[in-house]
Design a protein around this ligand. Structure first.
Ligand SMILES: [Zn+2]
Length: 208
């Protein structure tokens, strides 16, 4: 049977911890507003990095496109100074329950979004690594990319390099300039359209 999710003309949704959407989806304009509550902590964290992350997300994820799609993002970013030992489990215990945690360390390897699910913990956090392999001077672009994952967008690149080989990534064809294919990439209207399809639909199976 035809199953076609239809986008609701307007609505609000909470997508996981700390991210709230509201939208209007009309014929000519399709606007989405994202409000994110986040908290930065960890051994490599600082107020400066927290500010850079807020600006990086809001700048990348606020945009008006010619085809009528638009998005505006606001981040309520809290920096928490904490000198305890940082372990993912304890961080999720002490986290403010209504904020997405960004844990900044000097660990090697690329940054990623981590979902921790146990019977007593249900948390999502961004493990953000400050190291000279990938991220050092690209905090705004990197966190803007990770923010795409928090909005449930997938990577649009392929990864090469195993074991001790250096890791590198290559955007999938057609995604070279896109934020999900390349951290130097930009937000495009198809990313916003994807968010509508993922979070703003009603199930409607008698319309085909
Ligand atoms: Zn990614």
């Amino acid at each position: 049977m035809a199953y076609r999710p239809k986008i609701k003309p307007c609505g609000t949704a909470k997508i996981g911890t700390g991210i709230y959407l509201s939208w209007n989806y009309g014929v000519y304009s399709k606007n989405i507003f994202v409000n994110a509550k986040m908290q930065v902590s960890g051994p490599a964290a600082s107020q400066y990095i927290a500010n850079q992350m807020k600006i990086g997300i809001e700048t990348c994820w606020t945009k008006l496109f010619r085809d009528g799609f638009s998005i505006r993002s606001e981040v309520d970013m809290l920096y928490r100074e904490d000198h305890r030992r940082f372990q993912p489990e304890t961080i999720l215990y002490v986290q403010e329950a209504n904020r997405i945690q960004i844990i900044i360390t000097y660990d090697p390897g690329p940054s990623y979004v981590q979902v921790l699910k146990r019977e007593d913990i249900n948390g999502i956090c961004v493990r953000f690594h400050i190291n000279n392999e990938y991220d050092t001077h690209k905090i705004p672009g990197r966190i803007a990319h990770e923010f795409g994952h928090l909005l449930s967008l997938d990577d649009q690149y392929v990864e090469f390099g195993k074991g001790n080989e250096p890791r590198f990534t290559k955007a999938k064809p057609g995604w070279e300039n896109n934020i999900m294919g390349n951290i130097d990439g930009i937000l495009e209207s198809r990313n916003v359209e994807e968010i509508f399809k993922s979070h703003c639909t009603v199930n409607d199976d008698d319309d085909f």
